[in-house]
Design a protein around this ligand. Sequence first.
Ligand code: SAH
Ligand code: SF4
Length: 353
Amino acid sequence: MTAPTDLLSLSEADLAAWLAQRGQRSFRARQIRRWLYQKGASSVDQMSDLPRALRESLAAETALGTLRVATEQSSKDGTVKRLYRLPDGHLIESVLMRYADGRRTACISSQAGCAMGCVFCATGQMGFARHLSSTEIFEQVWRYDRALKAEGERLSNVVLMGMGEPFHNYNPVVAAMKRMNKDLGIGARHITVSTVGIVPRIKSLADEGIQVTLAVSLHAATDTARSALMPVNRKWSIETLVEACREYVEKTHRRITFEWALIEGETDSVAEAQRLGRLLSGLLCHVNVIPLNPTGGYGGQPSAPERVQRFLQTLGRYGVPASVRVRRGIDIDAGCGQLRSRVMEEQGDSHVV
Ligand code: SAH
Ligand code: SF4
């Protein structure tokens, strides 16, 4: 038996060709896609305006996506964390966050594992398994949007801050972001792609002509400190990175988000905040500070609240806007990359499906 065709992997033209081979008219492709992307169908049985014979052949020969939920956890604040198993057995994770102002944000993965080796990151500690296809990236978003549609809501925002380095898998990531926008109607400005700092791809994104938000993980303001935390810095220094960011802002007129993990005694001193303030002064940007989420493979600890406040105040003196990222659910704000390693330990109203 041949593997079923994944309907999510087909463009409208591909789907029309697939239907033509079965003697079906091409307008059926639009109907099917409306069910998939606008109505959030979870099975072909729901596609009530298709002839029964077509529904039967779709049910027999196609599938809606390839991800299987391995584990799902729900937090009291409405956050849902999912671990998916890919057909080849690799695990990836994605998180849905619900905010009081109505935003519904999915945090999704771009790779199984990550090759960048940042020492504080659970995903980095696990190493690289493989790139995700653009459909696998898109499916994570589509699934949350579908679940929300069933409740009369919709997904409003996406952040590529789960497992993996999006710019190490650039073309599939960009293709998936374009689909989120085109197929699901998620505003490009509401899609954020976060990079460890792969400079040539920052330049590529500036030329891409899509209005997504760029986030850059900085975490340190000297090359010695940053190279110790993030090996990628040995290839592209802070100066090269910030220069690319300045060019990006000049070209796109878009604000960049810088991410900064506050690690007690490592990245949270006043002197470091001053260096960061000088580095970013005058650049159209916002700094998100995130107290470190401790991981098993790294000894650092999150900064105490008074050190967080002092860091923010110091940045303020340089006119650099900054805020603390609000924690959602249990341990999920620090890159969703920690779910995989923690999923078995966590307390709360979790369940396995
Ligand atoms: N690879 C991309 C996106 C995924 S990580 C990147 O590195 O930007 C998303 C964010 O979580 C990054 O800013 C990353 O540095 C941060 N992060 C990873 N592990 C963390 C931890 N243990 N504590 C706090 N932030 C962490
Ligand atoms: Fe990869 Fe980002 Fe983790 Fe670094 S922080 S190892 S780039 S996922």
